[in-house]
Design a protein around this ligand. Sequence first.
Ligand code: PMP
Length: 411
Amino acid sequence: MSTTTESRFSMGQGIRLIDDAGNEYLDGVSGTFNLSLGYNHPYVVEKIQEQVGNLTHMSSSFTEPYVEEVLSLLLEEAPNGIDAGWMRDITGSTANECATKIAQKYTGERDIVSLYYSHHGQTQFATGISGNAFRRKGFPNSTVPNSLHVPVPYCYRCPFQSDPDHCAMQCIEALSDQLEFGGSGSTACMIIEPILGNGGNIIPPMEYFKQLRKLCDEHNMILIADEVQTGIGRTGYMYASTLFDIKPDIITLAKGLGGIGVPVAAVLMQSRLNILEKHEHSFTSGSNMISLTAARSTMEVVSAPGFLESVRSKGELLGNLLSPLAELYPDTIGEARGVGLMWGLEIVDADGAPDSRKANAIIDMAFRDENLILRGSRYGFGNVVKVRPSLTVTEDEIVEIVGRLERILQK
Ligand code: PMP
């Protein structure tokens, strides 16, 4: 997509972006999947404006009461015994580092396990623990953490060529083998995205999560759910961990927590894991007052009665409109998969092989010909076109997004 060279956007409202020439675009992917409440949500804007007038920053030594307010909203709907939190991060990358540091400190162990194709951030450490090796290729001399990557439960293209309806969960077996025989023999944790976001909107089967929890218990490993993309209502539930019954020990959040794109992150955990000293993981702008205000007002909106129900019913509509496209255009769409407002179209060639060039062409044409913003994974595993509008999208807008997309598919 050539937005950076061709367009200068100067205004946003809801899911619409308007450029200097007055052209209006529909954003089908919530910015960088982070505008959970769309551009310039009025309530969040009002609260931030109020806050800017009062106090933009103070040392994190004094922000505790404000952090507690956000955490109490976050913890209200948190799953199974998750009752503590840490809000000294600005990005998802360092929130994941925080979670892995906790796991290492708590267990006294070292290695971090993750899935192929996973994405956990872009610091050197977060890139190292991610399964998408192409992001490391340019840095052959970088220091990488002790991390192990295991096959992804990607049923549409099972890495073991199994039939997903009759499979023996070889992906779990591979993980089990890795834990027994791989790495340093000292494994602190497994980190997993409930839906692999950048990896292609891959949704592991529920049984995988069940077996994963069992393995983590057997090996005394901490289970970290990286909900940077799936958290804060994206799947129609506050946390995808609840939807898939993952029972994680730690949940990391960023992106959608800032509502209108304000950078903020959080790490939620069982209180036994709340063991970091402040000097062990803090950043100058972590728990900044603007970020905390954005997070608090976003949580007020998302946890209001009926909000998540509406995300679920809009998600159903989006799924009902996208799913038939795979049957209508089998030479282009191999599978449409998603939950809530987190969908991906796996783009294939006429033989069913992954076709990232076609995926990129669809994204480019959507932008150029239909003023529709979509995103894919342009590098590495890049044949999935993502559709993830803001949670505040209307039903009419969903119909409009899919209508514009279908016009591209017809070309
Ligand atoms: N985890 C996941 C699942 C992500 O998608 C991302 C960002 N794409 C990150 C972590 C890193 O978040 P950030 O860019 O805020 O560092």
